[in-house]
Design a protein around this ligand. Structure first.
Ligand code: SF4
Ligand code: SF4
Length: 401
C-alpha cells in the first residue's frame, strides 16, 4: 500500500534462485547458468499464479498448515524449488511475472502504492532510438518482467528493481511519490485474468474471515450431513463461498450494462464491461484485508515479545519474557472503530474508481451515472457484509485468545 511491490526487493525465493543461476551476488553477468528459454506462450497470463493462490488458500485453511511450523517451512521450500526451477529454465524473471502468486496479488494491490517508477518525459522516450531500458546495457539488465518502461502506466508488473533507471542513457526514468490509488484512475490495459484475480482476492479475503466465525463450522457440519467427507465438505464449501461473490458481481454487471447501454447502437460488449469494473472491487478487498489483519496485529501482535525469548520453540527464556501474557494493544471497541474506518475508506476508494471507470466507458455522464447504480449497490452490500464479518466473534487460528 505504501511502497508498492516492496516485497520483491527482499523476496528470498527469487534472491536465492538468482544468486544460484548467476553465481554472483551483485553486478550484471551474461554468463548465467540458466537455459533462458522463453516462457510458454499459453502461460503468458496470470492464471497459473491465480490457481496457486487458490491452491494455497485451500491448503492453508483446509489442512491447517499455518498451525504447523514444519508444514509452513515445507511450503516455503516448495516455493523456493519452483522459483529455482523457473529461474534455471526460463529467461529473465518469467516466474515473477507470470507464476508467482505473491507477486501477482501484491501487483494488483500495488495499483494503490504511493510510489511508482515512470519516465520523466514520454516525449524523450518516443524519440529515443536505443531503447536501452528494453534491451539492457553492459551494466544493466533489460526489464526483468518484460515491461516496456517507456510505456509504463500502472504498477502491476513493475517490481521496482530500478534496472531501467540504470539503463537509460537520458536519465529519463525516475521514482515518483504520488497519491494513493493513482493507478485505479489511470488508463491501464484491463485484462480478463487480472479481473478474475481481483474478484478472487475479494472472495478469498471474505472466505478467510468467514472461516474464523462460528458460521463456518456450522456450514461444514451441514455439508458433512449430506454425506460428504471432511476434505470434500471443505472443498465444496470453499468453492461455493468463493464462487458466490463472482456470480453476484456478474449479475450486477449485467444489470449495469443493460441500464447504461440501452438504446446505444454499438454498445461496449458485456465481457469488456465485466473486466473493467472488476478493478473497482480492489479497494474493498484491500481495506477489508487490512482491517481483518489489524485484528491479528493488535490482538496477537504483542506475543512477539514472548516469542523473542524462545524463537525456535525449544523452551528457552532468552529475554526473560517467555512466560509473559501480554494484553491486546487496544480494546475491542477501539479495534471495531478502526475497522469501520478502514472499511469506509475502502468503500470511498471503490466509488472513486467506479466513477473513473464509468467515465472512461461512457463519455455521456447520464449513462455513466446510470451504469454505476448496480455496482454501487454491490459495493454497499459487500461493505455491510465486511462489517458484519468483522463484528463476529473471531477464532484466532494461531492462539487461544
Ligand atoms: S526510458 Fe530511456 S532508454 Fe527507455 S525509451 Fe525512454 S529514453 Fe529510451
Ligand atoms: S526495469 Fe524498470 S519497469 Fe522493469 S521492473 Fe524494473 S523498475 Fe520496473
Amino acid at each position: 500500500m505504501f511502497a508498492g511491490k516492496a516485497w520483491c526487493y527482499v523476496c528470498p525465493w527469487d534472491a536465492v534462485a538468482t544468486w544460484m543461476e548467476r553465481l554472483r551476488l551483485w553486478r550484471k553477468t551474461d554468463q548465467g547458468l540458466g537455459l533462458g528459454l522463453p516462457w510458454p506462450r499459453r502461460l503468458r497470463n496470470i492464471w497459473l499464479a491465480t490457481a496457486l493462490f487458490v491452491g494455497l488458500t485451500w491448503i492453508e485453511l483446509g489442512f491447517g498448515v499455518t498451525l504447523s511450523p514444519r508444514a509452513t517451512a515445507y511450503m516455503g521450500l516448495g516455493m523456493l524449488v519452483m522459483t529455482i526451477v523457473a529461474v534455471f529454465l526460463f529467461e529473465r524473471k518469467s516466474f515473477c511475472r507470470y507464476g508467482c502468486l505473491v507477486g501477482r496479488v501484491s501487483g494488483l494491490y500495488a495499483l494503490f502504492s504511493g510510489v511508482e517508477v515512470r519516465p520523466r518525459s514520454r516525449e524523450v522516450c518516443r524519440s529515443c532510438a536505443g531503447k536501452e531500458c528494453v534491451r539492457g546495457t553492459d551494466t544493466a539488465y533489460p526489464c526483468p518482467t518484460f515491461e516496456n518502461p517507456a510505456r509504463l502506466r500502472v504498477n502491476t508488473y513493475c517490481i521496482q528493481c530500478t534496472e531501467c533507471i540504470q539503463a537509460c542513457p537520458h536519465d529519463n526514468m525516475t521514482v515518483n511519490l504520488r497519491p494513493w490509488a493513482a493507478d485505479l484512475a489511470a488508463e491501464g490495459r484491463p485484462a480478463v485474468d487480472e479481473a478474475y484475480l481481483a474478484l478472487l482476492m475479494l472472495a478469498i479475503t471474505g472466505f478467510h474471515g468467514l472461516t474464523m466465525t462460528p458460521a463456518w463450522p456450522a456450514l461444514l457440519e451441514w455439508l458433512q450431513g449430506l454425506g460428504l467427507g471432511e476434505a470434500a465438505a471443505f472443498t465444496v464449501g470453499m468453492a461455493g463461498i468463493m464462487g458466490l461473490p463472482i456470480l453476484v458481481y456478474a449479475a450486477l454487471v449485467a444489470w449495469s450494462h443493460r441500464l447504461a447501454t440501452r438504446g446505444v447502437p454499438d454498445p461496449v460488449p458485456y465481457g469488456a464491461y465485466f473486466v473493467r469494473y472488476a478493478y473497482c472491487v480492489l479497494p474493498i478487498a484491500l481495506f477489508y484485508h487490512l482491517s481483518h489483519n489489524l485484528e491479528h496485529l493488535l490482538m496477537e501482535g504483542p506475543k512477539v515479545v514472548r516469542l523473542l525469548s524462545d524463537p525456535l520453540g525449544r523452551g528457552w527464556d532468552l529475554l526473560g519474557t517467555a512466560a509473559w501474557t501480554p494484553p491486546p494493544l487496544v480494546s475491542l471497541d477501539v479495534l471495531w472503530l478502526m475497522q469501520v474506518i478502514l472499511v469506509g475508506v475502502g468503500h470511498v476508494y471503490s466509488l472513486w474508481a467506479a466513477k473513473h471507470i464509468s467515465r472512461r466507458l461512457f463519455p455521456d455522464p447520464a449513462r455513466a451515472r446510470r451504469g454505476q447504480i448496480p455496482i454501487l449497490i454491490g459495493m454497499i452490500a459487500f461493505s455491510v457484509f465486511s462489517l458484519w464479518l468483522l463484528k463476529q466473534p473471531m477464532e484466532m487460528r494461531t492462539s487461544a485468545m
